[in-house]
Write a protein that binds this ligand. Structure first.
Ligand SMILES: [Zn+2]
Length: 313
């Protein structure tokens, strides 16, 4: 939503300037058309990544008469793409729509600096989506848990939407590496945990751990923005083995170390965020080729591109 606010402010500045004949009205028109075009391209990419990331759950789209776009879930539930409200940074975290959740592009690969405080890619979560995919109550989530073998015993993880299978493939790569690398082993023992039906400290929002889709590795007191200063967080970030981050990202997990509100021990299964970054993160797509970057050899991808072009014109 922040971009929409910026857009409104910019349009206002252009109008003011044009009144004084500083820019002409034709430039203003071009500017508005191009920002609308960027919005539409991003909307299509966001919806595409959501459908690719949750293929058994997000089954269709709807563009209603009043202009709202919805993601349609297998249960028939409709999740609104954009509520068109201007939101503060806090509200983007506490009450996001799908657009707010998808907008910040997660930076894939190695980083050497903590992110700015207002940049938290993937820290916004749409609970309507998580409830549909992983279970709408603690009981339902529990019935979807699977055991995953780790370097140090077994951990419970949600089996829906390939989450526990993805954690298994992380462990398949990480465990042999930990045997020869002391720094990696030190991050794996003892684990902080996975499934835990709890709320995020100081909020009434469920933690992603309550859905069994997040894992905390070994805890260091510099790992969390509420426990440590930014200088301490920065030092911990610099010493964190980048192989761990690479292996998790390769398997559709995001890292809390890439949030301004850093959470360095935390990895979370969020395929939609990783797909958005890897397909479109470094692209500057045109309206006609909004999907350039998507895996064109994938039949499902082709089906979703066709459907999105039919629904959103
Ligand atoms: Zn965590």
């Amino acid at each position: 939503m922040k971009k929409i606010v910026i857009r409104i402010v910019l349009v206002f500045c252009f109008i003011t300037l044009s009144v004084f004949n500083i820019v002409d009205i034709e430039n203003l028109r071009t500017f508005i058309i191009s920002t609308e075009r960027v919005y539409k391209i991003r909307m299509k990419q966001h919806l595409f990544c959501l459908m690719m990331a949750y293929p058994e759950h997000a089954v269709d789209l709807e563009h209603s008469k009043n202009g709202h776009v919805y993601l349609i879930m297998k249960s028939g539930a409709r999740i609104l793409y954009d509520d068109k409200r201007a939101k503060s940074q806090e509200e983007i975290i506490s009450n996001p729509d799908l657009q707010d959740m998808m907008e910040p592009i997660y930076p894939l690969g190695a980083i050497d600096r903590l992110m700015d405080m207002d940049f938290d890619p993937g820290r916004s979560r749409v609970y309507a989506l998580l409830n549909e995919v992983y279970g709408g109550s603690s009981q339902q989530v529990k019935s979807n848990l699977d055991n995953v073998k780790t370097y140090y015993g077994y951990l419970q993880f949600n089996k829906n939407n390939n989450a526990s299978a993805s954690l298994k493939s992380v462990m398949d790569e990480l465990i042999p590496l930990a045997q020869s690398r002391h720094d990696i082993r030190a991050c794996l023992i003892p684990y902080g945990g996975t499934f835990n039906h709890r709320y995020i400290a100081g909020t009434n929002r469920l933690s992603p751990h309550a859905f069994g889709i997040a894992i905390d590795l070994a805890r260091d007191k510099r790992d969390y923005w509420q426990w440590a200063s930014r200088d301490e967080g920065q030092k911990r970030l610099e010493s964190y083995p980048r192989e761990i981050v690479e292996i998790f990202e390769k398997n559709n997990f995001i890292w809390g170390g890439k949030w301004g509100h850093f959470d360095i021990l935390h990895f979370e299964y969020r395929p939609e965020i990783i797909m958005m970054a890897s397909y479109f993160g470094d692209k500057n797509n045109t309206e006609a080729l909004w999907y350039e970057g998507a895996p064109m050899d994938n039949a499902l991808a082709m089906k979703y591109i066709k459907r999105i072009n039919e629904v959103i014109r």
